[in-house]
Design a protein around this ligand. Structure first.
Ligand SMILES: O=c1ccn([C@@H]2O[C@H](COP(=O)(O)O)[C@@H](O)[C@H]2O)c(=O)[nH]1
Length: 542
């Protein structure tokens, strides 16, 4: 694409808005984690890059960011509101430069770029995230946005495009600079989205987990070669490209034999070598059906949460020492990150489905009548708990993409999209199959996005998928008496949600502290218990 852009005399910039790490075996399967992925990322020519929250959950991942990723992208990594505490010197330093000014090579567009992170508080204590509201008052920022020789302010960030943080930055720039175009790129909420802030400011978010290449085009910018105050002909457009080879062939006008480059082949070979070394394709079991995060209703047999709650958690979350004690098990739904597809459940799947290394903790002998209400409180959308402790948003325990589901979408209740109505000349039709009678071709289910520009942003036309809301946490029980309720239970939960459990217990009149919460199953994680259950319960011959 860069070659194609060069050939047409336009500029193509590659942007990465963070959360590069976790969520697959290539990252989590190596020891130490990330050995292969750092090398793979380095092969990309990324023009502006920043950190997500995932890079900062742990000391080791933030260290790797500072010591490896930032140097690998030294001209393009930006950290406008993120500091790192260097353990070798004890000094607090910016993780990377706060901003960058550069001129594009073909058109000479003068860009001032920033790289932000949302007001995240769950980071390990070797990084410091400064609130965006405070950052925009700092001298370096105020000076940067007063630069007169700028054609575009480019604000990238692991920040939702509809957020207080981006509204704050937009207002801060517009307060001193009413005219210069601003392009935001966002992230974190895992959705395809495009927001129009004003006639010269827009924001694009390109979905989750590299499923989507968010493509943005801007025409009519002033340039250093032809500086102008007039930006009347300014035109923004966006496209959400499904990340697959068909899309790439289509947009590059190349094919299977002409698309690969020598560099690309070398990187692919390295990935194949890494996957083989890490045994990522080794099969733990064969999933008998698909299990969905949000495509099936919570409570139905196709929901991944129902399967976990009814089968996996009661059988697999058990401590040898306390196996006969009745237990309630609470797991946040955000601990599950992806669907399981019918067929091989591999070592890679383990990291895709639940990449987190959180351990199980428990509080022993909690009165059942109290323990039984904890999940209810956490699932009550926080009205009660958030009022008690506004900094602890219980909704953040769900997968982030859930925040945009205000109402369940049930496909059966919606008319399927009419292809002729939706298709645009620049949209591609993939994955089509012919009806049984060989008549009208069908479409595959996939993203069907509506944003501030309408519903024509999806590059590949799909049919609508169901999208249901899920609770903040799921609740399972095990070793209960055959009849009646137990008097006391072990309350077992992921260590990640311990503060919420303690808050809920306190709200219910039971004062426990983190001293009361002990390790339940050594270093087993949700990922390892799911894998063990799969090994024991599913066929191995797919
Ligand atoms: O250690 C952790 C960290 C996060 N979670 C859950 O993950 C999501 C956050 O999703 P990202 O977009 O991938 O940041 C959130 O729902 C947390 O509940 C976790 O379980 N353990």
């Amino acid at each position: 694409m860069k070659e194609k852009a060069d050939g047409s005399g336009v500029d193509l910039l590659l942007i990465d808005t963070g959360d590069r790490i976790e969520g697959n075996g290539l990252y989590g399967g190596s020891n130490p984690v990330g050995e292969y992925t750092s090398e793979i990322f380095k092969q990309q020519e990324i023009d502006v890059i920043c950190s997500g929250n995932h890079e900062l959950y742990k000391k080791s991942s933030a260290d790797r960011e500072y010591l490896t990723t930032v140097p690998n992208f030294k001209d393009s990594y930006l950290a406008s509101n993120l500091d790192y505490i260097d353990s070798s010197t004890g000094k607090t330093v910016p993780l990377a430069p706060r901003f960058r000014k550069f001129t594009t090579k073909n058109q000479g567009i003068r860009i001032v770029a920033f790289g932000f992170l949302f007001d995240f508080t769950g980071n390990y204590n070797n990084t410091i995230i400064q609130e965006v509201e405070k950052t925009v008052t700092e001298t370096w920022f105020q000076e940067a946005i007063r630069d007169k020789d700028v054609d575009l302010f480019l604000v990238i960030g692991h920040v939702p495009v509809r957020s207080e943080e981006y509204t704050t930055i937009h207002k801060a720039i517009r307060a001193v600079n009413w005219d210069t175009p601003i392009q935001f790129f966002g992230g974190h909420t895992h959705i395809r989205d495009y927001k129009i802030y004003d006639s010269k400011t827009v924001a694009l978010e390109g979905g989750r987990f590299m499923e989507t290449i968010g493509f943005m085009s801007i025409e009519g910018l002033s340039t250093s070669k032809a500086p102008t105050k007039r930006t009347a002909g300014l035109k923004f457009d966006r496209m959400y490209i499904d990340n697959n080879l068909y899309s790439f062939h289509h947009h590059t006008n190349l094919n299977d034999s002409t698309f690969p480059t020598t560099h690309g082949r070398t990187v692919s070979e390295y990935i194949t070598h890494a996957r083989k070394t890490l045994k990522l394709d080794s099969v733990h079991g064969c999933a008998p059906q698909d299990f969905w995060l949000s495509r099936a209703r919570y409570g139905s047999r196709d929901s991944i949460y129902t399967w976990l709650q009814d089968s996996v958690l009661p059988e697999a979350v058990v401590s040898k020492e306390r196996k006969d004690k009745p237990r309630l098990i609470i797991v946040n739904t955000g601990a599950i990150r992806y669907d399981i597809f019918k067929g091989p459940f591999t070592r890679d799947t383990t990291f895709i489905v639940s990449p987190f290394t959180n351990e199980f903790h428990y509080i022993r002998d909690v009165p059942y009548t109290v323990a039984n209400k904890v999940a209810l409180l956490i699932n009550n959308e926080g009205d009660i708990l958030v009022d008690a402790e506004p900094t602890m948003q219980v909704s953040s325990l769900r997968p982030p993409e859930q925040t945009s589901i205000t109402k369940a979408v049930t496909v059966e209740e919606m008319p399927l999209l009419d292809y002729d109505e939706r298709v645009h000349s620049d949209q591609v039709r993939f994955g089509q199959h012919h009806g049984q009678d060989g008549g009208e071709p069908g479409l595959t289910p996939g993203y069907t996005t509506t944003d501030d520009l309408g519903d024509d942003g999806d590059d590949t036309v799909h049919t609508v998928m169901s999208n249901y809301r899920v609770p903040n946490c799921m609740l399972a029980n095990a070793s209960f008496p055959h009849s009646g309720a137990p008097e006391q239970v072990d309350l077992v939960f992921m260590d990640f949600i311990e503060p919420y459990i303690l808050l809920a217990l306190s709200f219910l009149g039971q004062e426990y502290t983190s001293e009361d919460a002990r390790n339940y199953m050594g270093d087993e994680t949700l990922g390892t218990v799911i894998t063990q259950w799969v090994e024991q319960n599913w066929d191995h011959d797919c």
